[in-house]
Every structure is written in structure tokens, then in C-alpha cells.
Design a protein. Structure first.
Length: 110
């Protein structure tokens, strides 16, 4: 059985998404429903962990208009959610940034 962890970036993604819907769009019900969907999706990701291979490194799981991108570690039986992104974004580029060593990533962001 796999355990699920979230990267800091993925937690920030979720926080930004929920805050945007809650405060900017002023839709509290939609924000809370989406948050509930993110939380409840963990059990489906565990069951279908290898179902949606995105590329050599990542798998993806769709939740409404978002994708959770994750990695699998067969040795430790850990699923790590690395990003949660709107499905119409250029997520390949964002995932490539996630894969860069920290020094390079900071240079690109600055």
C-alpha cells in the first residue's frame, strides 16, 4: 500500500487555487467543494496510481479542471504529489522547472 505526501510546491498550488476561488471569485461553496475533491482524491490515486502515466517521470490524476502530477517511489511505496495545475496551463514547462536543481530553478525565477 502506498502512502501519499505533498511537496511544498503542491501545497502552495492548492492554497493558491482555493484562495483564488474563495476570495477573488467570491465563490466559497466552489472553493470548499474543490478542496474536498483534492482531499478525497488521495484514495483514488492510491488505487489507480499507475493508470495515467504523463511522461517518464510523472503520473497525473484529473480533478475537475485540475491535474495532480505525482511521482511513484516503488522502494518506499510513496506517492509524492509535486504539482497541482489548471488543466489548460502549459504544465510541461512548469514540471520541467520542478525537475531542475534548486540553483538553476532559482536563477530562472529571479
Amino acid at each position: 500500500m502506498y502512502k501519499i505526501t505533498f511537496s511544498k510546491t503542491a501545497l502552495n498550488d492548492i492554497d493558491n487555487i482555493i484562495n483564488y476561488i474563495f476570495y477573488k471569485l467570491n465563490n466559497r461553496i466552489a472553493a470548499l467543494n474543490l478542496l474536498n475533491s483534492f482531499v478525497s482524491s488521495k484514495k483514488y490515486i492510491i488505487v489507480f496510481s499507475k493508470a495515467n502515466k504523463f511522461n517518464e517521470k510523472y503520473y497525473k490524476f484529473r480533478i475537475k479542471n485540475y491535474y495532480m502530477f505525482y511521482t511513484l517511489d516503488e522502494v518506499t511505496k510513496t506517492i509524492t504529489i509535486v504539482r497541482v495545475l489548471y488543466r489548460k496551463r502549459n504544465f510541461q514547462e512548469l514540471l520541467d522547472l520542478e525537475s531542475m536543481p534548486k540553483k538553476e530553478k532559482n536563477q530562472d525565477i529571479s
